[in-house]
Design a protein around this ligand. Structure first.
Ligand code: ADP
Ligand code: MN
Ligand code: MN
Ligand code: MN
Length: 345
């Protein structure tokens, strides 16, 4: 038997966006535990804005498990928060609202800033560094500094060790800003892995005295880019049947649901979705082929393949909850009839 360190990780009840929480329990297993071997656990919901003090127990239900490369015999356990009965999802549990669909695929592009001493890593203590231009995908000390790349690489290795399906990383447009992409098949997979990747990034940077700034426009109304979390999505139907008529019906549904989408696409998004810096204005909905100024970008491949494939919703921001985002996207897609669209196609 081996003693494993199980880090149970969950989302708290803070608004408008939850924070990650985690605590460890030690348990013995013959070998690395599988999901069904991991017990329910509890925590004090009155300390996380998930319960009143008088009756404060909330339940943690393991939903995904990953090896923890930073700890000997470490296990990362992503959890949903449940009511004391262990079966009713807590109202903060956005994961439980995602439609089950094994044919739904998501790819999230997480942008973020490294922050130190209240400003982006690499910014001078007064004023600004040289303007944007060389930083995006840049190389060299004056572009990326002396520690950011080391952190990004360590984070990538931790994620790959955990089995998280990173698809890539890049230095972003603003100084101190980076991106990674996670892709997953199944309606909850990429979102689970995104939350775990965020956890690993925040935990990793503790020892560097650096925070991760997920706010979508940390430098306000300046010429410095904000941070997004583009959501690339496809369903089995979109990939295999699709068609122009279905696509147009889908876009109509997205247009009608614009307020529902913006509501879960991250706080303060009006600061970022201005119509500048490769964004569409928050009160407008548009789509366009290869158009980075549209709400939804339609890849060339989508049109070339007869309106089949994936679409990129560019509106979600870096602070958005990928569970809530995936949930809303699938909800809107589910309002568009398939049979009718295919019969007419
Ligand atoms: P860009 O920065 O040009 O938007 P990225 O490579 O950063 O491009 O992000 C595009 C992402 O789209 C990929 O990382 C991948 O996760 C995702 N993606 C690719 N194919 C699909 C698909 N069929 N369904 C959903 N997402 C997809
Ligand atoms: Mn990208
Ligand atoms: Mn980007
Ligand atoms: Mn993108």
């Amino acid at each position: 038997m081996t003693k494993y360190k199980l880090e149970y990780i969950w989302l708290d009840g803070y608004k408008p966006v939850p924070n990650l929480r985690g605590k460890t329990q030690i348990k013995e297993f013959e070998s690395f535990p599988t999901l069904d071997q991991l017990p329910l656990w509890g925590f004090d919901g009155s300390s996380t804005q998930q319960a009143e003090g008088r009756s404060s127990d909330c339940v943690l239900k393991p939903v995904a498990v990953f090896p923890d490369g930073a700890r000997t015999n470490g296990v990362l356990v992503m959890c949903e928060v449940m009511m004391p009965d262990g079966v009713t999802p807590h109202e903060s549990n956005t994961r439980a609202t995602i439609l089950d669909d094994s044919g739904a695929w998501f790819g999230f592009e997480q942008e973020y800033f490294f922050y130190k001493d209240g400003r982006p890593l690499g910014f001078p203590d007064k004023g600004y560094p040289a303007p944007q231009g060389p930083y995006y995908t840049g190389v060299g000390y004056s572009n990326v500094g002396d520690v950011a790349r080391q952190i990004v690489e360590e984070h990538l290795d931790l994620c790959l060790y955990a089995g998280i399906n990173h698809e890539g990383i890049n230095a972003e447009v603003a100084k101190g800003q980076w991106e990674f992409q996670i892709f997953g098949k199944g309606s909850k997979k990429a979102a689970d892995e995104m939350w775990m990747a965020r956890y690993l990034l925040q935990r990793l940077t503790e020892k560097y005295g650096i925070d991760i700034e997920f706010h979508c426009k940390p430098l306000g109304a300046t010429d410095w880019n904000g941070s997004g979390m583009h959501a690339n999505f496809s369903t089995e139907y979109m990939r295999t049947v699709g068609g122009k008529e279905y696509f147009e019906a889908l876009m109509k549904a997205f247009e009608l649901a614009v307020a529902d989408h913006i509501a879960v696409y991250g706080p303060d998004n009006h600061m970022r979705l201005t119509g500048h810096h490769e964004t569409q204005a928050i009160d407008k909905f548009s789509y366009g082929i290869a158009d980075r100024g549209a709400s939804i970008r339609v890849p060339h491949s989508f049109v070339n393949n007869g309106y089949k494939g994936y679409l990129e919703d560019r509106r979600p921001n870096s602070q958005g909850d990928p569970y809530a985002i995936a949930s809303q996207i699938l909800k809107t897609i589910s309002t568009v009839p398939l049979a009718k669209a295919s019969a007419a196609a």
